[in-house]
Design a protein around this ligand. Structure first.
Ligand SMILES: [Zn+2]
Ligand SMILES: [Zn+2]
Length: 176
């Protein structure tokens, strides 16, 4: 499988999804489940669907890169991308049953695919509570800025190479 032109430091790599999955799982999930679960998710890529919620990308939509990996090569939809952007703050704010709606923002990879309605509801709730802005619908997000990934940051494979070799330690061309 070769998927070009998605967000991220490199084209989508199934191994990155596997790694993110393994990182996010807890004791409830045996390692043997990972391959099958991840295979289902990877199937979304060939079908042009968000790996996180399963919603189909619109014609011409450039998928965003999930924040679950630093390389951000896992293709997800704009709603999920916005959801992930709020996740850290939401995690800090969830304190009472009233905040349960915000849990839809968190969604570790082991829980993928998540319900797109739940994600949209969570994004809407977060916006209304903390950003003071209004309604969103699945597949019809307002453009609130960059989508992240290479659309925002450009595409430069060399940065990715350096990252894998160790950020800040040497660079290509250094004498060995
Ligand atoms: Zn999605
Ligand atoms: Zn990757």
């Amino acid at each position: 499988m070769s998927v070009q032109s998605f967000s991220g430091a490199h084209p989508f790599r199934p191994q990155c999804l596997v790694d993110a999955y393994l990182d996010s799982q807890d004791d409830r999930y045996a390692r043997s489940d990972a391959a099958a679960d991840v295979a289902d998710l990877i199937g979304h890529v060939g079908e042009g669907r968000c790996l996180r919620c399963g919603v189909g990308f619109a014609d011409g939509e450039i998928p965003s890169g999930s924040r679950v990996t630093e390389c951000r090569c896992i293709p997800i939809c704009r709603v999920c991308s916005e959801s992930e952007a709020y996740a850290a703050e939401a995690r800090a704010r969830v304190k009472s049953p009233d905040d349960a709606v915000l849990l839809g923002l968190l969604a570790p990879v082991v829980e993928w695919p998540v319900s797109p309605e739940r994600v949209a509801e969570a994004v809407m709730a977060f916006r209304a509570r903390y950003l003071g802005v209004g309604m969103v619908e699945v597949g019809e997000m307002q453009d609130t800025g960059g989508s992240g990934g290479w659309v925002e940051f450009g595409f430069d494979e060399s940065a990715d190479c350096e990252e894998r070799e160790g950020r800040g330690r040497g660079s290509r061309g250094d004498p060995a």
